[in-house]
Each structure stands twice: as structure tokens, then as C-alpha cells.
Design a protein around this ligand. Structure first.
Ligand code: IFM
Length: 471
């Protein structure tokens, strides 16, 4: 049954409601996060939670193919069932509401809504209509991402993001979705993390489709950004009341020493992770330093592409997780030098909240037309266990508190940040790491699909309740 008692509790556990744990999370009284118009929500993505990969006319995606390829995903996991959200969406929305979360960021599975000839799939469209309508009824602010990595396999078979034609097919898909869903989406994001699609998918092969050539990565990036640029005016025409933007993951690179070579290495790291995406969007050109790092990889750019890509945005989504300490590789690049004795998460990623603040304040200086920002993902993986019905995810509570403090500092330094989404609402399929890495503020038992609210989610709920109650 989809709507059984899979939500364990919509009430706060005694320790939290009595307030004894409140200071673990609650922002200080002078934090801008107490402002009611600062949106606090949670995020998910289609392939990571939906499951039902063969239902309702959904076609295969590159992640079905990739995860079926031996050795690509830890433990041979795949998204065939995931969190079974396709069937349990009503209970999942109730869970979101019970936590008092104000925003929900989801993604739409392109292979669920359109076939290879561009014919709409009514069953797939109806799934998202029902979900978004319910979220609206519940007063949740909705952010919908059109592409969170699940490219239809039939497009990959024709070259995927290496084929310029894919960008035009994406604009057709954006057209369909914004005609069908107009009025139910508050903010459209074209792409989630084009860096991951281009670099991990085509540059080092860690993600689908698993190709590994820097020339492929830069060309794929160009077509991804072109797809974004072609889609924005379509979204504006079909759904004028909504906001339009894109979501970028950003990385902090710090130099291992004061040497000029290491400083340059850290600069190149940030060019590769940040400027590669943000410069074309906000300056209309690729950073030339990228081609110092990867000589001879300039993509083929046609007349007018950069104007298309750099059309104004209503918002920029920022996803932040960790920093990387780097040194010169002795040639024209950088190499990671992992720091000893620093706090890390289950992913091995360093916990470094200052990186978020520093990048945001840096972007404000670099990009004079920086749009309003939403932190569209931030969170951490830990090896969470359910004990006596509870999950004590103490490291996550502290992680969230420190990163929200970094957001507050950036706001106070003048950056226009309007909201923050926890990654993720619930544990899910963590791509090449399968189900082992748990990012959720809700625990999922994959054998029963039982959801258990973690302590972190209880504390977020408590804060939101208090904030709402304030005059
Ligand atoms: O799970 C991913 C998500 O899909 C995109 N951003 C990073 C998250 C954690 O790796």
C-alpha cells in the first residue's frame, strides 16, 4: 500500500520538544534565518527516489544503463525501486508537511514524460501534475528541476550531450513541461549541476554515460549550457509567473602552501569547478584559464550561443558540500592534497562551512549581475542507524547549524540569498555510491520502505515551528 503508516512519527520526540537539544541546531537570535521570508525546504531528485523505472510508460535513462554495467555502482545497486516514491508520494508529501518544511525541490524524469519522437506520455505527466498540485494545496513552495542527470537513453544513443541536437530536444521537453505544469511550479531550474553531467559523465567517467575525455567534457558542457539557454525563453513564455534559473554545484579550492604555484593550482581548481559554469552564464564567455588546465579542449561554439547562454536569470541555485586542498601538479594543473586531522563525512568530504561563505561573497565581487541565490542543496552523508525508533544524526545537526551560520554571514556581507534546501529529504540512491551513503534527514529502510524521521529533521521542524509562532 502506498499510504500506509510508513511515516513513523509526525510529532517531535520528547527530548527535542522539551528543548534540551534545541541549541544543537537553533540559529542564534540575530541570525537572518529567523526572517520568515527566508525559505527553508528539502530537495530530492527523480532517479534517486522514484523507482518504478518500468512503469507508466517510462523509457530507460542513462542511469538505468550505467547502473546495469558491472563495476559502475557500489554493490551493483540501481534506482529500479529506490524509495518507491512513485507509489508512496502522498505519504512523502504528508511527511514533508509534518516537518513544517516550506519548500520542496524535486526533479522531473525526462524519460517518464516524452517518447523518442517527442510524443507526450500522459501517465508520466499526470504523476507530476498530481504531485505538484498536492504540494500547492499544502502551501509548499515548489522548485522543479528539468534535468537532474536522467537523460533518456535514446538520446544518448544518438550522442547524448556531445550532440548539439540534444540541446534542442531539451528545449522541446521544457516547452511540454511548462505548458503542462504552468501555475504549479514556483521556480523552474533547467539543469542540476552541469559540472557533474559534463565532467563526471564525459570527463572522468564516474557517472553515466561513463565517457572519459576532457574534450568531451567541454563540448558536453557547452551543449548543456546551450540547452539551458534555449529553454529559459520557452519557460518564460509558457509560465511567466514563475522564476527561472539553473543550479550549479560549487567547490572551494585552497592552496596547500603560500607558493605561487600552489596559489595558481587553487585558482585553477576553482576555475574548473565554478567559473567553467558561472562565467558563460553570467559573463557570456568561457574562462580562458580552463584551457590552460586542459589545453586544446575549446568546445565548438556557434555564433549567438554565448548570448543565448547568458540571458538574465531570476535566480541561481547553489549546491555546496566541501572544500579541496590542492597543490600544483608540477605541470599546468593541480592535485588533491587531503588534509590530516580535519572533520569528514561518510563520503570522506571535509566539513568546511567557511568555504560556502567565502565562495558566495567572492561571487558577489566577481559577478556584478549575480542573481538572487537559493542554496538548492547542502547536507552530508552519515552511516545512520535506527535505534529504538530514533536516529541520532548528531554530526548532521552540527553540520547544518554551521552551514546555515555561513549562509547568515554571507547574507550579512551583502549577498542576496533567499532560501536553503536540505539535501536530502530522505536517504536515497547516491549515484555511483548506491544506497550505502545516507544523505537524508529522514531514514529509509530499503527492505520495508519505512521512513524514520532523524533527529536533525526534528530539530529543523522545531525551529520552523518556533519561527512561525513569532510575531
Ligand atoms: O546526491 C547528490 C545530488 O543528486 C546532486 N548533488 C550532490 C548530492 C550528493 O552527492
Amino acid at each position: 500500500m502506498a499510504n500506509d503508516a510508513s511515516v513513523v512519527s509526525d510529532t517531535l520526540s520528547p527530548a527535542v520538544s522539551k528543548g534540551s537539544l534545541a541549541d544543537l541546531f537553533t540559529p542564534p537570535a540575530d541570525s537572518t534565518l529567523w526572517r520568515k521570508n527566508f525559505l527553508l525546504g528539502a530537495a530530492t531528485a527523480s532517479y534517486q527516489i522514484e523507482g518504478a523505472v518500468n512503469e507508466g510508460g517510462r523509457l530507460p535513462s542513462i542511469w538505468d544503463t550505467f547502473s546495469a554495467t558491472p563495476g559502475k555502482v557500489l554493490a551493483g545497486d540501481n534506482g529500479a525501486v529506490a524509495c518507491d516514491h512513485y507509489h508512496r508520494w502522498e505519504a512523502d508529501v504528508e511527511m514533508l508537511v509534518s516537518l513544517g518544511l516550506e519548500g520542496y525541490r524535486l526533479s522531473i524524469a525526462w524519460p517518464r514524460v516524452m517518447d523518442a519522437a517527442g510524443v507526450p506520455n500522459r501517465k508520466g505527466l499526470d504523476f507530476y501534475k498530481r504531485l505538484l498540485n498536492r504540494l500547492k494545496e499544502k502551501g509548499i513552495t515548489t522548485f522543479a528541476t528539468l534535468y537532474h542527470w536522467d537523460l533518456p537513453q535514446h538520446l544518448e544513443d544518438r550522442g547524448g550531450w556531445l550532440n548539439r541536437e540534444t540541446a534542442y530536444r531539451f528545449a522541446d521537453y521544457a516547452d511540454l513541461m511548462s505548458r503542462e505544469l504552468a501555475g504549479t511550479v514556483d521556480a523552474w531550474a533547467t539543469l542540476n549541476e552541469p559540472w557533474c553531467s559534463a565532467y563526471l559523465g564525459y570527463g572522468n567517467g564516474h557517472h553515466a554515460p561513463g565517457l572519459a575525455d576532457h574534450r568531451f567534457a567541454t563540448q558536453a558542457m557547452h551543449h548543456l549550457l546551450l540547452a539551458h539557454g534555449l529553454a529559459v525563453p520557452v519557460l518564460r513564455a509558457n509560465d511567466p509567473a514563475s522564476q527561472k534559473g539553473i543550479v550549479a554545484n560549487i567547490g572551494r579550492g585552497t592552496p596547500n602552501s603560500d607558493s605561487a604555484a600552489d596559489q595558481r593550482a587553487a585558482h585553477l581548481f576553482e576555475v574548473q569547478h565554478n567559473a567553467w559554469i558561472l562565467d558563460p552564464l553570467l559573463k557570456g564567455s568561457y574562462p580562458q584559464d580552463l584551457f590552460e588546465l586542459w589545453p586544446g579542449t575549446e568546445p565548438l561554439v556557434l555564433d549567438g550561443d554565448m548570448q543565448t547562454i547568458s540571458a538574465p536569470l531570476d535566480f541561481l541555485g547553489i549546491n555546496y558540500y566541501f572544500r579541496t586542498n590542492v597543490a600544483s601538479d608540477g605541470a599546468h594543473g593541480f592535485r588533491d592534497v587531503p588534509l590530516e586531522g580535519v572533520e569528514r563525512t561518510q563520503m570522506g568530504w571535509e566539513v568546511y562551512p567557511d568555504g560556502l561563505r567565502d565562495l558566495l561573497t567572492g561571487f558577489k565581487k566577481t559577478y556584478h549581475n549575480l542573481p538572487p541565490i537559493y542554496i538548492t542543496e547542502n547536507g552530508m552523508a552519515s552511516d545512520d542507524q535506527v535505534t529504538d525508533g530514533h536516529v541520532e544524526d548528531t554530526q548532521r545537526i552540527s553540520f547544518l547549524k554551521r552551514h546555515l551560520a555561513a549562509v547568515d554571514q554571507a547574507i550579512k556581507a551583502g549577498v542576496d540569498i533567499r532560501g536553503y534546501f536540505l539535501w536530502s529529504l530522505m536517504d536515497n540512491f547516491e549515484w555511483a555510491f548506491g544506497y550505502e551513503r545516507r544523505f537524508g534527514v529522514v531514514h529509509v529502510d530499503y527492505s520495508t520502505q519505512k521512513r524514520t524521521i532523524k533527529r536533525s529533521a526534528e530539530l529543523v521542524a522545531k525551529f520552523l515551528k518556533e519561527r512561525k509562532a513569532r510575531a
